[in-house]
Design a protein. Sequence first.
Length: 330
Amino acid sequence: MFSSFNFRAVTVLSIFFCTSIVNASPIVRIDGSSTVYPITEAVAEDYQIAKRGRVRVTVGISGTGGGFKKFCRDEIDIVNASRPITQIERQVCRDAGVEYIEMPIAFDALTVAVNPRNTWSKTITVDELKKFWEPSAQGKINNWNQVNPAWPDKRVKLFGAGADSGTFEYFTEAIVGTAKSSRGDFTASEDDNVLVQGVSSDMYALGFFGFAYYIENSSKINAVAIDNGNGGILPSASTVEDGSYQPLSRPVFIYVNAKSTNKPEIQEFVTFFMKNAPALVSEVKYFPLSAKIYNLNLKHMSQKKLGTVFEGESEVGVDLEEIMQHDANL
């Protein structure tokens, strides 16, 4: 958990221990993406404080893929997802009779990071990243200078999200060109803090993870400017908002079990989420969406607008306001 959450966590615990009805409280069950976790955890903590222990919210981290497995087995109310639901997941949910409401909640700037002692790769092109990460690089591209002769003849240590992570899927789609198409000889983890630790402890490391984990650890790691043909662009609120940080800006989501919205605590929690999202998303260093999108999410819940407006895969450079007007696909 982020250090900025400590005060919240202590407050929540004190409410729980001082409230005799805690064991009888309704529970909102959430699991999924580690990238989305800081947002949902912040919302959960504020919501529980507001409810004074009358509702409990549990937030797990099993990765986007792992979260959807639980979600489609009807084990949780909400899944955190760092990419849209896939065709296979849609079919699994359909077969199990699990219907859902799709809600984008923030933009993330997927961040490529290096060790602070790295003085040679302050900017990396998309093509250079592809040369590091594409499947054919395994066993062949081992040193920095094999990608760029100006870089040192030293072994690169790669860190990235695990295969169950939506971050892994989005990164490979945006950089390599095909989701989940990647070399396999890198240090993978569903826990972004493990990746941060790896990059911060190795001079020749290169890794990727969500912006919030970078900014929380910016004294220990450096972000790399991404050159997509228009010069190097660093991730920031302004470059995400103006669309210049491409192709690694992406929306992140929650998916709400439609059956669960029949429970007052789920409707209340989601409403609290959307009304407080702009402030809480910013607080944990992600980028809030427009008020129109949060209002659309609530409208979709009230109207039980089921399914996804995506076609089972991440879309690089998507216009959320436009695409959310489309009919959803089950």
